[in-house]
Design a protein around this ligand. Structure first.
Ligand SMILES: Nc1nc2c(ncn2[C@@H]2O[C@H](COP(=O)(O)OP(=O)(O)OP(=O)(O)O)[C@@H](O)[C@H]2O)c(=O)[nH]1
Ligand SMILES: [Mg+2]
Length: 473
């Protein structure tokens, strides 16, 4: 999101980014003085070159990009507004973000004749997740993405880097919580990851909620911990004698204890920026109360150009080198002979073709293996099915045989039964015939005997008759 906020002479004071030009001008003049060896008899005019350059740069304007990393509500937005003396947009982040997000806003500022395109990038949801292991990743990705954009522009055939709005992060203000005795694991891990990507400046946010003594101890513990874990933070440059003294004294003030506020409070008969409490007021621009002025001086008035330069010459160069090496570019071949772009391109092309062929071959091999495996599996299954079929066939045959056997037995039983039935029928007929000629009382007993004998004959020799069988006469 980009906003057009041209603030010509509307700052109550100067914030110092116009001093970038003075430093640049001084450096150029000094270099010229050192290298000039030939005295000219009259004024020729090329000594106005630095002025021409400055005019050109002023007309074009500058870019400065700040990244604020810190937990939700630590005072990032308030500090930015306090630093630049203007209320920037402040959309509060929620504590329930699923992952860390980065929000970026760009403002066009102007101080005197110097135009500055300021981009402020905030983290949202930093430190709010249960598992913070990956919290640094979106931040690193964002920084790399900006480097990538710049590299793309640099590698374009038609490029215009002079007019290109530099998207690279020039400084990262890392906000440390004032609650606690030292750094959290998350702070250490994130700062360690960021150190090689960006100029890292640690600050203690909301430093007014901690007593003077506790603040002193906290600062000392933080610095000891950074030292023992080997975290490289940005050091203000001390090579330039104009700023060497102030920079080396401020290099001992890390981390800056800052208090932010855009509110005016009345102190005596003057209005100052501060925070009012029941027991008194914290003046954000009072160096006895906090380090905001020091931070502003260092960041904007004295070292802004160095931060931009370090970003380009150190962090971006590192990114660019790794990226180009990854793409196959190199300056010299194995015999330390210089490598032309054409050769690099050819070498990379051949390497890619080789890689492609290798991949193709391995994929073909993989396919053949897969087909063989599937074929073997199918054969195995076929064999299993054949065996099963044979087994079923055998079972079926055995069952059929046993059924045949049973059928034969049944038929034999039926024949025997029929034979017995015929015999029984014959006997029954004879018995009934005998009955019709006998006297009536004995007749009944004989009839019963006859029936029992008949039943016994039908059921077979296994069943026992209940009544004695009387043979007929
Ligand atoms: N005591 C104290 N409170 C502060 C300070 N700076 C900001 N605050 C207050 O802290 C609250 C959050 O401040 P913000 O500046 O919105 O914090 P932030 O880090 O930008 O928050 P998110 O963007 O939501 O993560 C506000 O109520 C501020 O007034 C400070 O230096 N001291
Ligand atoms: Mg904010």
């Amino acid at each position: 999101m980009r906003q057009k906020l041209v603030l010509t002479h509307c700052f109550k004071g100067l914030f110092g980014f116009s001093s970038v030009i003075c430093i640049f001008f001084l450096n150029v003049s000094r270099q010229n003085e050192e290298q000039r060896s030939l005295e000219l008899s009259g004024h020729v005019g090329f000594d106005s070159l630095p002025c021409q350059l400055v005019n050109k740069l002023v007309a074009r304007g500058f870019c400065f990009n700040i990244l604020c990393v810190g937990e939700t509500g630590i005072g990032k937005s308030t500090l930015m507004s306090t630093l630049f003396g203007r209320t920037f947009e402040n959309e509060e982040a929620s504590h329930y973000e699923e992952e860390v997000r980065l929000r970026s806003q760009t403002y066009d500022l102007q101080e005197n004749t110097v135009k500055l395109k300021l981009t402020i990038v905030h983290t949202a949801g930093f430190g709010d997740q249960i598992n913070n292991e990956e919290s640094y990743k979106p931040i690193l990705d964002h920084i790399d993405a900006q480097f990538e954009k710049y590299l793309e522009e640099e590698l374009k055939i038609k490029r215009s880097l002079f007019n290109y709005d530099d998207p690279r992060i020039h400084v990262c203000l890392y906000f440390i919580s004032p609650n606690g005795h030292s750094l959290k694991a998350l702070d250490l891990i994130t700062m360690k990851k960021l150190e090689s990507k960006v100029n890292l400046i640690p600050v203690i946010g909301k430093a007014d909620i901690i007593s003077k003594n506790d603040l002193k101890n906290l600062k000392r513990n933080i610095m000891n911990e950074l030292l023992s874990y080997g975290v490289q933070i940005y050091q203000f440059p001390t090579e330039d004698e104009d700023v060497a003294e102030i920079n080396s004294s401020i290099n001992n003030c890390f981390p800056f204890a800052v208090v932010g506020s855009t509110d005016d409070v009345k102190i005596g008969n003057r209005m100052v920026k501060g925070r009012m409490y029941p027991w008194g007021a914290v003046q954000v621009e009072n160096e006895d109360h906090c380090d905001l002025v020091k931070l502003r001086e260092m960041l904007l008035r004295v070292n802004m150009e160095d931060l931009r330069e370090q970003t380009h010459s150190r962090h971006y160069e590192l990114f660019r080198r790794c990226k180009l090496e990854e793409m196959g570019f190199k300056d010299t071949d194995p015999d330390s002979q210089s490598f032309s772009l054409q050769e690099t391109y050819e070498a990379k092309r051949k390497e890619l073709i080789r890689e492609l062929q290798h991949k193709e071959e391995s994929m073909r091999q993989m396919f053949v293996n897969k087909v063989k495996e599937t074929e073997a599996e199918l054969k195995e299954k076929e064999k299993e099915l054949q065996e099963r079929f044979e087994q079923l066939k055998r079972l079926h045959h055995e069952e059929k045989k046993s059924l045949e056997e049973k059928r034969r037995e049944l038929e034999e039983e039926m024949n025997a039964f029929n034979r017995r039935k015929v015999a029984a029928d014959t006997l029954m007929g004879q018995a009934l015939q005998g009955c019709s000629q006998q006297p009536l009382k004995k007749d009944k007993d004989k009839k019963n005997s006859c029936l029992l004998f008949y039943k016994w004959t039908l059921e077979g020799a296994n069943s026992k008759p209940k009544l004695p069988i009387v043979p007929f006469k």
